[in-house]
Design a protein around this ligand. Structure first.
Ligand code: TYM
Length: 339
């Protein structure tokens, strides 16, 4: 069988579960905007069906989906050049997910660390959807034959599972149909840590609001959170090696590097040896400079929810035009009559 060459296509998704964080911005949104500006065909999805794997208040979910869309646009995603849409408007995702539920093995899913973290001690009480979550994620990606998926470090295992599903499907049916997608996990901020605890990921679900910077925070709040960020008493080390075993310092330097589009080595050349009393105000100014305009633009866009709904509906239509023929071909391969 001839090897199919898949044209480069970027796909990624974010859950509309409230409170977009600096982690989402640096690990995902900012890099999505860069991919778009490099001219690569890009599809970005607000994964509302993933969000309901844990309880979501319906009115809040709808608002969070619109706010997430505003966050994409305020971060530089242009709905004319990239496709922006919410998952539930393109039914091909769930149709493909069923096929993948039948390809993925129980043992693969049981190894997913995110399921273990989210299900907690009482896994018997977790939703079936939370367990099947990574198969829907594989469907998101493969229904577009996406070749590249920019994500933060925490999604790596899910992309590996997506690859396993593609490989098993291709083998089982003797085809070379799905691409083996590459995760794109690059830059200084693929794992932004909590501002209160350098061993924990910055997360929208952390009970402490001081642990994260939200894209909706105003300038004063951003500056205050950075001023109060946990650090050790030593000044910054002279070089990168000195950051090892100093997770809080490392995190703030990583954030500085990602926000200023520099490498960690470049930041250390400039900041090495400075006490936090000097470094933190510089970081706070930089963060306010980069994040506050996003927050302002998000609020402006949120004043016209009907326009956001139009953008999502238009994106869904364009997404569907790509997804529908790939699902149809999948059904044909599997042996579904009428496909
Ligand atoms: P989600 O909604 O938790 O996060 C969205 C994106 O933000 C990244 N991210 C971070 N990056 C660096 N540091 C952090 N502290 C941080 N926190 C979050 C995540 O890695 C992610 O890239 N399962 C996905 C959503 C999804 C998806 C997909 C992604 C569904 N289908 C298909 C890619 C392709 C999730 O829950 O991301």
């Amino acid at each position: 069988m001839s090897e199919v060459v898949h044209t480069p296509r970027v796909f990624s998704g974010i859950q509309p579960s409230g409170n977009l964080t600096l982690g989402n911005y640096l690990g995902a949104l900012k890099r999505f905007a860069q991919a778009q500006d490099n001219g690569i065909s890009s599809i970005y999805c607000m994964v509302d069906l993933h969000a309901i794997t844990v309880w979501q208040d319906p009115a809040k979910l709808a608002n969070a989906t619109r706010e997430l869309c505003a966050g994409f646009i305020a971060s530089g995603l242009d709905p004319a050049r990239s496709i922006l849409f919410n998952q539930s408007q393109v039914p091909e995702h769930t149709q493909m997910a069923w096929v993948f539920n039948c390809v993925a093995r129980m043992g693969w899913m049981q190894r997913m660390t995110q399921f273990k973290d989210k299900a907690g001690k009482n896994a018997q009480n977790a939703s079936l959807g939370l367990f099947a979550y990574p198969a829907l994620m594989a469907a998101d990606i493969l229904t577009y034959h996406a070749t590249h998926v920019p994500v933060g470090e925490d999604q790596k295992q899910h992309i590996e599972l997506t690859r396993d599903i593609a490989i098993k499907f291709n083998n089982d049916y003797g085809v070379d149909f799905f691409p083996v997608t590459a995760p794109v996990i690059e830059g200084a901020a693929t794992r932004v840590m909590s501002l209160r605890d350098g061993s924990k990921k910055m997360s929208k679900s952390d009970p402490s609001d001081m642990s994260r910077i939200n894209l909706t925070d105003d300038a004063d709040t951003i500056a205050k959170k950075i001023r109060k960020a946990k650090t050790d008493p030593e000044p910054l080390p002279e070089d990168i090696d000195g950051l090892e075993a100093r997770p809080e310092a490392r995190n703030l330097v990583n954030i500085y590097a990602a926000l200023s589009d520099q490498s960690v080595a470049q930041v250390m050349a400039e900041m090495g040896g400075k006490p936090f009393s000097e470094f933190k105000p510089l970081l706070a100014d930089l963060a306010v400079d980069k994040i506050a305009p996003i927050s302002t633009e998000m609020s402006r866009l949120m004043q016209d929810p009907a326009e956001i709904d139009r953008i999502l509906a238009n994106g869904a239509e364009r997404a569907r035009a790509i997804a529908a023929p790939i699902l149809k071909e999948t059904y044909k391969i599997v042996g579904m009559v009428g496909a």
